[in-house]
Design a protein around this ligand. Structure first.
Ligand code: CDP
Length: 211
C-alpha cells in the first residue's frame, strides 16, 4: 500500500500523513525534510545564494544528522528549501532515495505514506491512494505561526503569511515538478477541520474503493 500526500505549506499534510502511517502500519517519509536538509547544509556554510551545482552537491551529501538539525523547521530553512527545490539537479539527486523508500519501506512495513509536493504526480504516480491537502492561506499561516512561536522562532503572523504565499507561488510556478493536484488525487480542504476530523475524512477515502 503506497499513499501519496501532497499539498502546500502548513496545510496539515505532515500531521495527517504521520497519523495515517501509524494507523495503517506503514512507513512514513516527510520528503520536505530532504529539501530542508539540503538547505541546512548550505546555510551552515553561509551559502545563501547557491548555484545549482553547489545545491546538488549539498543534496547528494545530506545525512541523517542534517534531517534532525534544530534548524530544520525554521522559516529561513523553509524558504531556502523551496529555492533549491526548483533546481533540476537537486530534485534528481533526491528522487532515487524517495523511490527506494517506497519500494523498500524500512522496518519491514508493507508500504509507505510519503508527503510532499510532487509525490502523486512525479515521485510515485502509481501510488494506490493520493491525497491533496489544502487549506486557506490564512488558516495555514495561523497554524505555522503557532508552530514557529512554540519553537522560539521570533516572527509575526503577517510575516508568516507573506512568506507562505511567496513559497507557495515559487513551488507552484517552478518548471520542475511544480506543486499541483494530480488529476486522480482526492482533495481534502482542512480549513474548517481539526486534526481528528481531517484524519477521519482521509481514512474514509483510503478505506474506500481503489482509485
Ligand atoms: O512543512 P512545510 O509544508 O512548510 O514544507 P515542507 O514539506 O517541509 O517542504 C519544504 C519545501 O521543500 C517546499 O516549500 C518545497 O519547495 C520543497 N519540497 C518539494 O519541492 N517537493 C517535495 N516533495 C517536498 C518538499
Amino acid at each position: 500500500m503506497i499513499i501519496a500526500v501532497d499539498g502546500p505549506a502548513a496545510s496539515g499534510k505532515g500531521t495527517l500523513a504521520r497519523a495515517l502511517a501509524e494507523h495503517f502500519g506503514l512507513a512514513y517519509l516527510d520528503t520536505g525534510s530532504l529539501y530542508r536538509a539540503t538547505a541546512v547544509r548550505l546555510l551552515a556554510v553561509g551559502n545563501t545564494d547557491p548555484t545549482e551545482d553547489e545545491a546538488t552537491k549539498a543534496a547528494d551529501t545530506i545525512t541523517a544528522a542534517d534531517r534532525e538539525s534544530p534548524d530544520l523547521r525554521s522559516e529561513a530553512t523553509g524558504q531556502m528549501a523551496s529555492t533549491v527545490a526548483a533546481m533540476a539537479g537537486v530534485r534528481a539527486s533526491l528522487l532515487a532515495f524517495q523511490r527506494n523508500f517506497a519500494a523498500n519501506p524500512p522496518g519491514g512495513a508493507t508500504g509507505a505514506v510519503m508527503d510532499g509536493r510532487d509525490i502523486g504526480t512525479v515521485v510515485l504516480p502509481d501510488a494506490d491512494k493520493k491525497l491533496f491537502i489544502t487549506a486557506s492561506a490564512k488558516a495555514r499561516a495561523h497554524r505555522r505561526f503557532l508552530e514557529l512561536s512554540a519553537s522560539g522562532d521570533p516572527t509575526s503572523e503577517d510575516q508568516v503569511l507573506a512568506d507562505l504565499i511567496d513559497r507557495d507561488r515559487r513551488d507552484a510556478e517552478r518548471a520542475q515538478s511544480p506543486m499541483v493536484q494530480a488529476p486522480d488525487a482526492h482533495l481534502l480542504d482542512t480549513t474548517e477541520l481539526d486534526i481528528d476530523a481531517a484524519f477521519l475524512a482521509a481514512k474514509a477515502y483510503i478505506s474506500g474503493p481503489a482509485r
